[in-house]
Design a protein around this ligand. Structure first.
Ligand code: DC
Length: 231
């Protein structure tokens, strides 16, 4: 197997269950989980904290040159990956729906995408990773050995996220969240650079009618077949 054949990509819109599924898939095949969205969220927070004008490309580039970012492995299957920026653990600040919106906004900026794509490719060189995001199968690792695209209707995703936030002790209006999801889908799909879309060679999985176990079962079956063929 070549190095990039050790990469599995899982892309799709927000709230589709990507993180939980990706963590479970990574654990199941003994690969490392790479949450690329956490990196965009970390950069969004950093640019906001430093008051960087997002319309000023040079200012954004300069700010990015001063970022040293590290990911902390998820503490458990239901836990998010952590992010440390310039020595500060910002994990508790990046998971709000507002930071998701800001991450979507900064992810359309050329210098941000260049920087994070380069970092992600470097991480990919080590191999044996399950990368989750929007463009991992199309742009970051086009030669990945197995690609998935997860999808579900916005209403299904809004309902799931409301329940997830409630479990974490946060209440949110469902219609407001649905509007945010629809806007984020549109922004992520319509940006000119690395838009959210299914790679031609990705397997589409509709997570709407399936629970997490059902989705993982479908994916493990495909992965095991591919891994067996490659041995
Ligand atoms: O997966 P997430 O919700 O944590 O991602 C937050 C935002 O980051 C998402 O709306 C778009 C952006 N993103 C991206 O553009 N490319 C990726 N590979 C991952 C995330």
């Amino acid at each position: 197997m070549s190095e990039l054949q050790h990469v599995v990509t899982i892309d799709g819109p927000s709230g589709v269950g990507k993180s939980t599924i990706s963590r479970r898939i990574a654990a199941g095949i003994g690969f490392t989980y790479l949450d690329t969205g956490a990196m965009y969220r970390g950069v969004a927070l950093f640019l906001e904290q430093h008051g960087v004008d997002l319309a000023e490309e040079i200012a954004v580039r300069q700010a990015l040159a001063g970022i040293e970012m590290r990911l902390l492995p998820a503490a458990g299957e239901d836990q998010d990956v952590g992010v440390v920026i310039n020595g500060e653990d910002v994990s508790g600040l990046i998971r709000t729906p507002e930071m998701g919106m800001l991450a979507s906004k900064v992810s359309a900026l050329v210098p941000v995408r260049e920087k994070l794509t380069e970092m992600q490719r470097e991480i990919g060189q080590v191999g044996r990773i399950v990368a989750e995001g929007r463009d991992t199968g199309t742009v970051v690792y086009p030669k990945a050995f197995c690609k998935f695209y997860l999808d579900a209707a916005p209403e299904v995703r809004a309902r799931r996220r409301i329940l997830q936030l409630r479990e974490q002790g946060t209440e949110m209006d469902e219609q407001e969240l649905l509007a945010m999801i629809i806007k984020r889908d549109r922004d992520d799909q319509q940006r000119t650079i690395a838009p959210l879309k299914q790679a031609e060679d990705a397997v589409l999985v509709d997570t709407g009618p399936l629970d997490i176990d059902g989705v993982c079962e479908v994916m493990f079956k495909i992965l095991r077949r591919k891994l067996a063929q490659d041995l």
